[in-house]
Design a protein around this ligand. Structure first.
Ligand SMILES: O=C(O)[C@H](O)C(=O)CO
Ligand code: MG
Length: 261
């Protein structure tokens, strides 16, 4: 049975961030994930996880100025020192919260650069980061994202991931397979998942179009959940979608599948 993690950057938007842990636990989630909580005290995050018996499934490396629209800095030629400092920050928060995987957002391609040159910056940064996360016992992940949701995002497909990973040449660079983004970009969801499963450390879900709850669009999530089970996938499944009619009210997809306490 899949193990679901509530992505509390997107779920429970009506609540202050630190109250979303309790809400996720009350709805039956056993884990949470989020884009990052570097403005919070790591001990306070850990206390919430413990209080609500939640696992910290994932968060992202520091990704630049989120409010200003940045979505990662790993491909930015003039942000290399900042990217590298972010490794220590991510390791600190992962250790404090008991999290064993961290996602890297490649970033939106800055204007005026050739995409191949930006990919080389990304590869160098990942080559630097992968062994450092490995030394800390943390998996480093890279997530392809569609350019309809994030125009200009540099890494968009599983073949982008495969090309970059083969240039990085380090075992500690895994794929974060977001079924929603992959449906928008390339389809063929289950065969691609199965082909890349040894490199997939985390998956995320939302339906298309709309990026709302599973069951609101064209993706057959019951089939996907069965395929994950049959393939022996033991990672978390992150519920990363925009609730259409309130988070708790829209959890019928989850109530059919959730692990009982
Ligand atoms: O948007 C996504 O799918 C990512 O997982 C994320 O963390 C923020 O962009
Ligand atoms: Mg995602």
């Amino acid at each position: 049975m899949p193990r679901f993690s509530a992505n509390i950057s997107m779920l429970y938007p009506e609540l202050p961030f630190m109250e979303r842990f309790a809400a996720a636990a009350a709805d039956g989630f056993k884990a949470v994930e989020y884009v990052g909580a570097y403005d919070q005290d790591p001990a306070a995050l850990k206390a919430l996880l413990d209080e609500h018996a939640l696992t910290q499934a994932l968060f992202n490396m520091p990704a630049g100025n989120w409010a200003a629209g940045e979505r990662g800095i790993a491909c930015h030629p003039d942000r290399i020192p900042e990217f590298r400092q972010g490794i220590g920050r991510a390791v600190e928060y992962a250790k404090a919260t008991g999290c064993d995987q961290v996602n890297c957002l490649a970033g939106i391609a800055p204007q005026g650069y050739d995409r191949t040159a930006l990919e080389l910056v990304l590869i160098d940064n990942l080559r630097y980061a992968a062994p450092r996360f490995a030394d800390a016992g943390i998996k480093l992940l890279l997530e392809p994202i569609n350019t309809r949701d994030i125009p200009g995002f540099l890494v968009n497909s599983t073949s982008d991931y495969e090309r970059i990973a083969s240039a990085v040449k380090h075992d500690n660079l895994y794929l974060q397979y977001d079924f929603y983004h992959m449906q928008v970009v390339q389809g063929d969801l289950i065969p691609t998942f199965l082909a890349l499963q040894p490199r997939i450390a985390h998956v995320q879900i939302a339906d298309n179009p709309g990026r709302n709850e599973p069951g609101t669009g064209e993706i057959n999530y019951p089939n996907i959940f069965r395929a994950l089970d049959e393939a022996g996938y033991t990672g978390w499944v992150g519920a990363e979608y925009k609730p259409k009619a309130g988070t708790s009210q829209g959890l019928s997809w989850f109530n059919d599948w959730k692990v009982s306490p």
